[in-house]
Ligand binder design. Structure first.
Ligand SMILES: C[S@@+](CC[C@H](N)C(=O)[O-])C[C@H]1O[C@@H](n2cnc3c(N)ncnc32)[C@H](O)[C@@H]1O
Length: 351
């Protein structure tokens, strides 16, 4: 009589499920770097017109066919791309998501994850031992200083952010949180993804985008392309120093999670100084649970927290932790709503 298999094979060895779970986590980086290599090379776009041999793909993307074939076969085994009977490779749904113009922007995400962020995670142990952000340890400067001399990395990070910000911006535009507002000030608003989307849906609103010079250079053409450049002022500045006054709504989306508590309080105080007593601040961030459990959304939030730990030098936070930050900055948490698209809208008003 055959035993019901309770384990799956690895390297010719059968391992019990508990070991397999650990093994799958341990080898995650091998697949993620395989994915990064094909995303960077643009293999998914090369297969747009139909199946190709590894030689034909390699010629198109300027790589070596034997090595590319092995990487592709690993991804086939993981469910990305298919290998046909005749040895050619074909796209599938997962591979198509990696095309440069695919709506979800996953190629940008994969490329951004695979470069400096990947190198930083290689030094996560250093962060855990010393408290120093792994990125700073590897590259000798904090992330935003590094961006100033590496515009291509900044553009890659901006592209990743755009894919994540668009659906949230649509929900904000449709929400009640902008009720009665004439001007929205997007503080550290990146390349203008959120402010552009909100202005497109709300012709009654004007926008102000406060950013560093590198991001503003990317924002300018984007706002023009979205047809809202005439309603959005671009302000070059530093949110630790000064934030434009006069808005009814201030937005900090995915900004606080880049910083430690002390720096967050400094940003919030600058915001509070710009806000009149009736203005509101909308912080858009994930809210971590008080107690972590093994569930897919929890894993995404916890991994984003690790990105902040290893890469940006910030953190994701619980509701209690946000409340504490607001308290220290003369603000009061007024409400939190959980949009379906992702992070929560956390509204704060003058205390
Ligand atoms: C994670 S991004 C979020 C961008 C945008 N809010 C979004 O969610 O799409 C953080 C942004 O903060 C900006 N930033 C960092 N330091 C800044 C500073 N001192 N003053 C103004 N903006 C800053 C960065 O340029 C970057 O665009």
């Amino acid at each position: 009589m055959f035993a019901v298999p309770s384990a799956r094979a690895y390297d010719g060895v059968t391992v019990p499920p508990a070991e397999l779970k650990v093994l799958e986590i341990a080898r995650g980086y091998q697949l993620s770097q395989a994915l990064y290599a094909v995303a960077k090379l643009g293999v998914a776009d090369a297969l747009d017109a139909g199946p190709l041999t590894a030689e034909a793909i390699a010629e198109t993307v300027d790589a070596r066919a034997p090595e590319l074939r092995r990487v592709l076969r690993a991804l086939v085994a993981a469910g990305v791309f298919c290998e046909l009977e005749d040895g050619r490779f074909e796209s599938n749904d997962a591979a198509a998501a990696l095309r440069a113009r695919a709506p979800g922007g996953m190629r940008d995400v994969v490329v951004n994850f695979g470069e400096e962020m990947y190198q930083s995670f290689g030094e996560l142990l250093h962060t855990v031992r010393t408290g120093e952000t792994a990125f700073d340890h590897v590259y000798g400067a904090p992330l935003f200083e590094y961006y100033a001399t590496h515009p291509e990395t900044e553009a890659s990070a901006a592209a990743r952010m755009r894919a994540r910000t668009l659906p949230v911006a649509r929900e904000l535009a449709a929400s009640d949180l902008l009720r009665g507002a004439n001007t929205l000030v997007d503080v550290g608003g990146g390349t203008g993804t959120l402010v552009a989307e909100v202005l497109r849906h709300r012709p009654d609103l004007a926008g102000v985008l406060l950013e560093r010079p590198g991001m503003l250079a990317l924002a300018q053409p984007y706002l023009a392309e979205q047809g809202v450049a005439d309603r959005c002022a671009l302000v070059e500045g530093d949110f630790f120093a000064s934030i434009p006054a006069g808005g009814e709504v201030y937005v900090l989306k995915s900004v606080l999670h880049d910083w430690d508590d002390e720096r967050c309080v400094a940003i919030l105080r600058t915001c509070r100084a710009a806000m009149d007593d009736a203005a509101r601040l909308i912080v858009v961030e994930l809210i971590l649970p008080e107690r972590m459990t093994a569930a897919a959304p929890m894993l995404s939030a916890a991994l984003l927290d690790l990105i902040m730990l290893a890469y940006a030098g910030g953190r994701e936070r619980t509701r209690a932790e946000f409340t504490e930050l607001f308290d220290q900055a003369g603000l009061r948490l007024a409400s939190t709503t959980a949009p379906t698209a992702g992070p929560a809208f956390i509204a704060a008003v003058a205390a």
